[in-house]
Design a protein around this ligand. Sequence first.
Ligand SMILES: [Cu+2]
Length: 154
Amino acid sequence: MSSPTSSHAYGIGLIALLIGLSASVVFYTSFYLPESLAKPSVSHAILEPAEEFFLIEIVPGAVIDGNENYVPNKPTVLLTFTNNVKWVNNDDTAHTVTPDHRFADPFSGDFGSPGVIKPGDSYEFLFTEPTVVHYFCQPHPWMKGEVSVEKSRF
Ligand SMILES: [Cu+2]
């Protein structure tokens, strides 16, 4: 009992299916695949560490050579716990967080404040792999700090 109408509808359904399939293939090869190859897969626990951020304070008076500046100055942070590091400038002078040597995290990209961190402002960076970065302040190069990023043993 197949009427012309139902076979017509079947044909349209088949065409719609083919269009849908080819759209999926185009999406997969031109968007999904390059995206997934470009960004390494990072575990949720590293992307959303237990602590919202690990604070490094640029303390009042940091601009003066000989004073404490980045505090703590050489912390070790742990992936999944404290790997999101936030520098807060509590001094009354603008400072930077500038790497001694260019460093790029595979997920987060280039490390370093994009410009100066004004008094009261902050700069955050999510580390997703073990590393050690040495950094300084561009306008006041005697200000130096480092961060070690290690795997958590838990
Ligand atoms: Cu400075």
